[in-house]
Design a protein around this ligand. Structure first.
Ligand SMILES: N[C@@H](CCC(=O)N[C@@H](CS)C(=O)NCC(=O)O)C(=O)O
Length: 213
């Protein structure tokens, strides 16, 4: 069997995939691209016309959604405890939090980043700040869920934690931490202390350093 190839940028949403690979013990070839690849690695557009990262290639299989890649890697070589199977009590919650992570939580973060950081000279910084508030409000569901739990689903660490945890890591990296509740900061600290997270982070940072970024 060939190894899956992950194209990503260090610290991007692709970290969900690198992290899942480390947790699941799946060997991947990691290709760290300069950010943003659409300008700094234009040849990547031939592989992924969206120009976005991550991209996972595995034989005929290709995925461009970070949360889907995390689930795929957690189950590729056989079902692992990182995923939740149909029939388990938290199956629905697992799907819900895994999708919620990018569609509802990370989406407003990226609008904030675009208008308030990357393109702040374009006069739309106010819109960016409004989306930052939206991001903070949208943390309520995860905050309430974790009031009585260590992990989001099934009393164990799963891909749902990877996907939601990344949004909290991104918040810290882009100056959105002031509105993050302390309970979620503690949850993030528990997640990032995991050896598999540390290995994934180190792998991506080594790739970034090799690019001189
Ligand atoms: N929903 C996709 C979003 C992918 C995405 O937009 N990735 C960002 C990096 S975190 C990107 O590639 N931005 C560069 C660009 O759009 O040019 C996912 O979860 O993977």
């Amino acid at each position: 069997m060939t190894r899956p190839v992950l194209y990503t940028c260090a610290g991007s949403r692709g970290l969900r995939a690198t992290w899942a690979a480390e947790e699941a013990g799946v060997q991947i070839d990691l290709n760290i691209l300069p950010f943003p690849p659409r300008y700094l690695a234009p040849e990547y557009m031939a592989l992924n016309p969206l120009g976005t990262v991550p991209l996972l290639l595995d034989g005929e299989t290709r995925l461009t959604e970070s949360c889907a890649i995390a689930h795929y890697l957690a189950t590729r070589d056989g079902f692992t405890a990182l995923a939740i199977a149909p029939g388990e009590p938290d199956y629905g919650a697992y799907l819900d939090y895994t999708y919620h992570a990018d569609a509802t939580i990370t989406f407003p973060q990226t609008v904030y980043m675009r208008f308030a950081i990357f393109e702040k000279d374009k006069g739309l910084a106010e819109a960016g700040v409004a989306y930052a508030k939206w991001f903070h409000k949208r943390l309520v569901k995860v905050e309430q869920r974790l009031q009585s739990r260590e992990f989001l689903c099934a009393d164990r660490f799963t891909v749902a934690d990877i996907c939601v945890g990344y949004a909290l890591i991104l918040a810290q990296n882009v100056g959105l931490d002031d509105g993050v509740p302390d309970s979620l900061k503690a949850y993030r600290a528990r997640l990032t202390a995991r050896p598999a997270y540390q290995r994934a982070f180190a792998r991506e940072e080594a790739g970034r350093a090799a690019l001189g970024q």
